[in-house]
Ligand binder design. Structure first.
Ligand SMILES: [Zn+2]
Length: 460
C-alpha cells in the first residue's frame, strides 16, 4: 500500500514547507514538491497543516487502583489518542513492592498485548529498589527496550522509594545508559497535611489542593535534581506544574545538568479555582493539583525558554461513579483526569492560535522531544525519509466544541466540557496506514505495536 499526500504544509520541529509526502509500506519514502510517483491512494492536503504523529509519554491505561482500574483500556485509550492525533503513548508499569520488575512487566503485558490500536511503550516504575531489582535494570535497558525508570517521592508504603534507594537506582541506571523519571513531591509533608485536614473535618476536593502546596513540589524537584547531579544520571521530571519547581530546574541548567521537564496540558490552561466548585472539583483531582494563573504563565515561558521540553497529559480517567468513592473524603477520590484525546487540539488552540508558541515549538513539545529523550528518534517524532509514516493532517481553522458526548475516551465526563477549540485533526496515518479519517477509526485493536526504545536521553 502506498499513499501520496499532496500539497500540505509540513511542519517539523525545525522546518516548515509546502510539499508532497510519498509513503510506501510503513515509512516515508520521499518528500518534495510535485512528486511524480504512482500511488495506491492520493490525499489532497491543500490548506491543511501536517504534523508528525503526537507522542504522549505519560498515560495510565487499565491501571489497577484502589481495587478498580482506570477506565480506558489499552484499546479505548490508544484509539481515543489516535482521534486526537497522538499515534504513540508511553504507559507506566508499576512494580509491586516485594515483587520483581519482570513480574510487573508480565502483568502489564497481559492487559496490553494485542489490545492497542496505536503504538506504545512502557516506563518501568521502580517502587522497591534492592539487590534483586538492581540486577534487573541492565536487562530492561538492553533486552526489553524499556530504558526509562519512574520513581515516586510520594505514596509511602505503596510506591515511594526513599533517597537511599533513589541514589542507588540512579547509579545503576546511569551505568547502563538509562533515564530516571520522577514524580517529584514531598510525600511525607503531603501525608501530614492530608491527615491534618481530615482531623479538622476538611474533606472536600479543595483540601486535596491545599494538601499539596507548591513548596512540596519545589522542594522535591530540587532534591531530585541535586541527587541526579551528584550521580550524573539524566533525569526527567514528569508533570511539573509550578514556578517553584521550574526555578529549581533553571538553577540546574547553570551547572549544565541533563534534566528534562514535562508539563501537562491541564497545567497550562486550567487553574485551582475549579476546586471551589464543591464536589464537582473531583473531576480535576489529580496529583500534583492544578495551580495558579502565575504558574501557567511560568510554564508557557518555560516552554519557550527550552526548560520545559514536553507537554503530556498524565491521562488517567475514572468514571464519575469511581470519583464518588471520595464523596465524603477527598483523599479517597481516584486521582486523574482524561485528556489523551484533547492534548494536541487544546495545545494548538490555546498555544499556537493564541500566539503563545510557534508551530515548530508545538511539534517539538507534542512529539519530537519525547522521541529524542526516550530513544525513538528519528523512527518516531518527525516527518523524514526513512521515518515511520506517523502523520497528522490538521485543519487549523475548523472550530469545534469538546464534550463527553462526542469524545472517544471511555469516561462519562470531560474536564473540558463546552470548551471551544480552533483546529481539528482530520486524518491520521500510523505507520503508513490510514488510522483515522473523517472522524472514523480505520484500524483495529492489535494494530498498535510495542516500540523497543534505545538508550538516548538527549534533545539534540
Ligand atoms: Zn502519572
Amino acid at each position: 500500500m502506498s499513499v501520496l499526500i499532496k500539497n500540505g504544509r509540513i511542519i517539523t520541529a525545525d522546518s516548515d514547507q509546502t510539499a508532497d509526502i510519498f509513503i510506501s509500506g510503513e515509512t516515508v519514502q520521499a518528500i518534495g514538491k510535485n512528486l511524480n510517483v504512482q500511488s495506491d491512494k492520493e490525499i489532497d492536503a491543500t490548506g491543511l497543516l501536517i504534523f508528525p504523529g503526537g507522542i504522549d509519554p505519560h498515560v495510565h491505561l487499565d491501571m489497577p487502583f484502589m481495587g478498580t482500574f482506570s477506565s480506558d483500556s489499552y484499546e479505548t485509550g490508544t484509539r481515543a489518542a489516535l482521534y486526537g492525533g497522538t499515534t504513540m503513548v508511553l504507559d507506566f508499569i508499576l512494580q509491586k513492592q516485594g515483587n520483581s520488575l519482570q513480574d510487573a512487566l508480565q502483568e502489564w503485558k497481559s492487559r496490553s498485548d494485542n489490545n492497542c490500536v496505536g503504538d506504545y511503550s512502557f516506563h518501568m516504575a521502580v517502587t522497591d529498589f534492592n539487590e534483586e531489582t538492581k540486577k534487573e535494570i541492565k536487562h530492561f535497558i538492553e533486552e526489553e527496550g524499556i530504558t526509562s525508570f519512574k520513581t515516586f517521592m510520594a505514596y509511602k508504603g505503596a510506591l515511594m522509594i526513599d533517597d537511599r534507594q533513589m541514589i542507588g537506582l540512579m547509579e545503576e541506571v546511569k551505568k547502563h545508559g538509562g533515564l530516571i523519571n520522577v514524580h517529584a513531591t514531598n510525600g511525607d509533608m503531603i501525608d501530614y497535611l492530608i491527615a491534618k485536614h481530615k482531623e479538622e473535618g476538611k474533606l472536600s476536593p479543595l483540601y486535596h489542593y491545599l494538601s499539596q502546596p507548591e513548596i512540596t513540589e519545589a522542594e522535591a524537584s530540587e532534591r531530585f535534581i541535586d541527587m541526579a547531579s551528584y550521580t550524573g544520571c539524566p533525569g526527567y521530571i514528569v508533570h511539573l506544574t509550578c514556578e517553584g519547581a521550574l526555578n529549581a530546574v533553571r538553577n540546574a541548567t547553570k551547572r549544565n545538568q541533563k534534566i528534562f521537564v514535562e508539563t501537562c496540558i491541564q497545567y497550562l490552561i486550567l487553574d485551582a479555582s475549579l476546586y471551589e466548585r464543591d464536589f464537582e472539583g473531583a473531576k480535576w483531582v489529580m496529583s500534583p493539583p492544578l495551580r495558579e494563573k502565575k504558574d501557567q504563565q511560568t510554564l508557557w515561558a518555560g516552554i519557550n525558554q527550552g526548560l520545559v521540553q514536553v507537554v503530556a497529559t498524565d491521562h488517567c480517567p475514572f468514571m464519575w461513579e469511581q470519583k464518588l468513592l471520595g464523596k465524603n473524603d477527598f483523599s479517597k477520590i481516584p486521582n486523574g483526569h482524561p485528556a489523551i484525546e484533547n492534548r494536541m487540539e487544546l495545545l494548538f488552540s490555546e498555544g499556537v492560535e493564541k500566539n503563545k508558541i510557534t508551530l515548530n515549538k508545538f511539534v517539538e513539545v507534542t512529539s519530537t522531544n519525547a522521541a529524542k529523550i526516550f530513544g525513538m528518534f528519528p523512527k518516531k517524532g518527525t516527518i523524514a525519509v526513512g521515518s515511520d509514516a506517523d502523520i497528522v493532517l490538521f485543519n487549523p481553522n475548523e472550530k469545534h466544541v469538546l464534550s463527553a458526548s462526542t469524545h472517544h475516551m471511555n469516561v462519562d465526563y470531560s474536564g473540558y466540557e463546552g470548551w471551544e477549540v480552533t483546529g481539528k485533526v482530520k486524518t491520521v496515518l500510523l505507520r503508513g496506514k490510514i488510522a483515522i479519517d473523517n472522524n472514523e477509526c480505520k484500524v483495529e485493536k492489535g494494530f498498535g505495536k510495542f516500540v523497543k526504545r534505545n538508550k538516548v536521553a538527549s534533545i539534540v
